[in-house]
Design a protein around this ligand. Structure first.
Ligand SMILES: NC(=O)c1ccc[n+]([C@@H]2O[C@H](COP(=O)([O-])OP(=O)(O)OC[C@H]3O[C@@H](n4cnc5c(N)ncnc54)[C@H](OP(=O)(O)O)[C@@H]3O)[C@@H](O)[C@H]2O)c1
Length: 230
């Protein structure tokens, strides 16, 4: 029986590429995001990718997703919490609703899906949270990214907590703090920046880390960036 991976934020960018690599490595892949069309295109190109359109900020949609996962797969080996959004506004301009939206999409949605999936994880499953260098303690900080960076910092600390709380089930959790990757998120937020890595390069790295990383790491917050974190 093939192993099973669940990837959020699979409709474009890094998540889309991670799905393809995991399918090529022989995994059954549940691809999760809100946009149905690109997910369906992925599923049509790869017989082992299953499109599950879901808004992760909506409780009833996450419940429906987990019910479908339980029906279609006995258990899950890998969860990659990759879905995210970025609001680029100065601290002064950020509204409380902006803060809530960032925490909802980058932290609470990962908390919710992880909690709901607890009974589905295999012994030795690997949870990979996709964080950011902006949320890495001591890294260079950029104006406009307060809410985003804080949400990612919290996701990183959640990872450390999960590695302890889930150790009795032998479930491993690690966070990857990515540097700049050329995706639509980066282009929309910072049109003038040219990233040193493509979504395909980063997707391949994340897929392979999700498969092998839990042998070497648990509860770690790992920078994945070419630039110096300080
Ligand atoms: N690109 C970079 O330079 C960079 C650097 C550091 C960290 N990261 C992190 O890496 C991850 C992927 O980034 P990316 O650059 O590939 O971004 P992207 O191109 O904007 O992709 C984000 C993905 O998240 C999904 N998503 C957003 N909100 C969602 C929701 N409520 N429910 C379900 N899916 C949702 C989007 O799909 P739908 O819109 O279809 O829902 C999309 O598939 C993000 O967590 C990002 O913060 C990126």
């Amino acid at each position: 029986m093939s192993k099973v991976a669940v990837i959020t934020g699979a409709s474009r960018g890094i998540g889309y590429e991670t799905c393809k690599e995991l399918a090529e490595e022989g995994y059954h892949v549940a691809a999760v995001a809100r946009s149905e069309k690109p997910l369906k295109e992925l599923a049509n190109s790869y017989p082992d990718i299953y499109a599950i359109p879901t808004d992760l900020t909506k409780e009833n949609e996450v419940d429906r997703l987990v019910t479908l996962l339980k029906k279609d797969f006995k258990s899950v080996d890998i969860l990659i919490n990759n879905a995210g959004s970025l609001i680029n506004k100065s601290f002064e301009e950020l509204t409380l609703d902006d803060w809530r939206a960032q925490l909802e999409s980058n932290l609470i949605s990962a908390v919710h899906i992880t909690k709901k999936m607890l009974s589905l994880f295999n012994d030795s499953a690997h949870i990979v949270n996709i964080s950011s260098m902006g949320g890495f303690q001591g890294s260079a900080k950029f104006p406009g990214l307060a809410a985003y960076s804080v949400s990612k910092g919290a996701l990183s600390i959640l990872t450390e907590c999960l590695s302890v709380e889930l150790s009795d089930k032998n479930i491993k959790a690690n966070a990857l703090c990515l540097g700049a990757v050329q995706t639509e998120m980066l282009e929309e937020a910072f049109p003038s920046i040219e990233a040193p890595l493509t979504a395909n390069e980063m997707g391949n790295y994340i897929a392979n880390f999700a498969i092998e990383g839990s042998t070497f790491y648990n509860g770690k917050i790992l920078p994945v960036a070419l630039e110096d974190p300080e």
